[in-house]
Design a protein around this ligand. Structure first.
Ligand code: CP
Ligand code: NVA
Length: 308
């Protein structure tokens, strides 16, 4: 029976904290959890959840994943814990790692997450930062693998803001050798450091394309992915930012230019009529709710490895 392997890295802060083999291992475990083919338990283990931003999917899927593993979670609401009063990350991390077996953190600055990881003696998991959303990318590639089996034939086009979700898709896509294209307005490209790291992993530079033209980016694509134009923390830029995204709505016109078998992904929550039309969101091509479900299976697999 498939068993979780210990990962080479103690933390999961970035898509690049795991190797290609480890991504495949996590995806395989996730499929087995999903199909109820394996029983793996981490009895009485506790995952601490520190969420400085709102969450439905990430929070609930971590809670259910821990419950299925026979463990539990503690919601460390920053406003009612001493974190909200300004207790340092350095002290908080050292205390929490004496109670918890792992900590999942959703916050703004990626450097704060790294500071937690520096002082925690237990695994720290990125539950989303302004820079990356690596747990989301695991669920996304699980959804893609379920549809297309082999990553080598996949062309994934992300249309919209070059944000945390785009950054993790690029990095995880590079590990898996998937062709990733990002179409975004000028000035909203993904992190240049992320692009640089991805190019180092891809042997063939043509497998990552950053463009400002969504119409050419979708040609021959079989995965069309979008996300909000303004992420959490950018609420006050929304109106200003929207103006730059004219032509970047994932609509039937763009979908018709992609491959016939193309599927639609969105990490959610979605703003219909902004980054995606209601028609495309509700179309037969959408795998958005499979993708949301896969958050649970991918994170159960990740936790089973990190807690081993
Ligand atoms: N996709 C995602 O991370 O959703 P939540 O913000 O609801 O966790
Ligand atoms: N880019 C979005 C993703 C939400 C899951 C945000 O950071 O708000």
């Amino acid at each position: 029976m498939l068993r979780p392997n210990k990962l080479s890295n103690n933390n999961f802060l970035s898509s690049l904290d795991i190797s290609t083999d480890e991504v495949f291992h996590i995806l395989e475990l996730a499929k087995n959890f999903k199909n109820k083919k394996i029983d793996i338990y981490q009895h009485n283990k506790v995952l601490g959840l520190i969420f400085d931003k709102s969450s439905t999917r990430t929070r609930v899927s971590f809670q259910v994943a821990m419950s299925r593993l026979g463990g539990t979670t503690i919601d460390l609401n920053p406003t009612t814990s001493q974190i909200g009063r300004g207790e340092s990350i350095k002290d908080t991390a050292r205390v929490l790692s004496r109670y918890c077996d792992a900590i999942a953190i959703r916050t703004f600055n990626h450097s704060d997450l790294e500071e937690y990881a520096k002082w925690s003696t237990k695994p720290v998991i990125n539950a989303l930062t302004d820079l990356e959303h690596p747990c989301q990318a695991l669920a996304d590639f699980l959804t893609i693998q379920e549809e297309f089996f082999d990553f080598k034939d996949v062309v994934l086009t992300f249309i919209g803001d070059g944000n945390n979700v785009a950054n993790s898709l690029i990095l995880c896509g590079a590990l898996l050798g998937v062709e990733v294209r990002v179409a975004c307005p000028k000035g909203y490209e993904p992190s240049s450091l992320v692009i640089k790291k991805a190019y180092q992993i891809y042997k063939n530079k043509n497998l990552l394309k950053i463009t400002n033209d969504p119409n050419t980016a979708v040609l021959g694509a079989n995965v069309l992915y979008t996300d909000v134009w303004s992420s959490m923390g950018e609420e006050n830029q929304k109106e200003e930012k929207d103006k730059f995204f004219n032509g970047f709505t994932l609509d039937n016109d763009l979908v018709s230019k992609a491959n016939k078998d193309a599927i639609i992904l969105h990490c959610l929550p979605a703003y219909r009529s902004k980054e995606i039309t209601d028609e495309v969101f509700e179309s037969k091509k959408n795998r958005i709710f499979e993708q949301a479900e896969n958050r649970l299976h991918a994170q159960q697999a990740l936790l089973s490895c990190l807690l081993s």
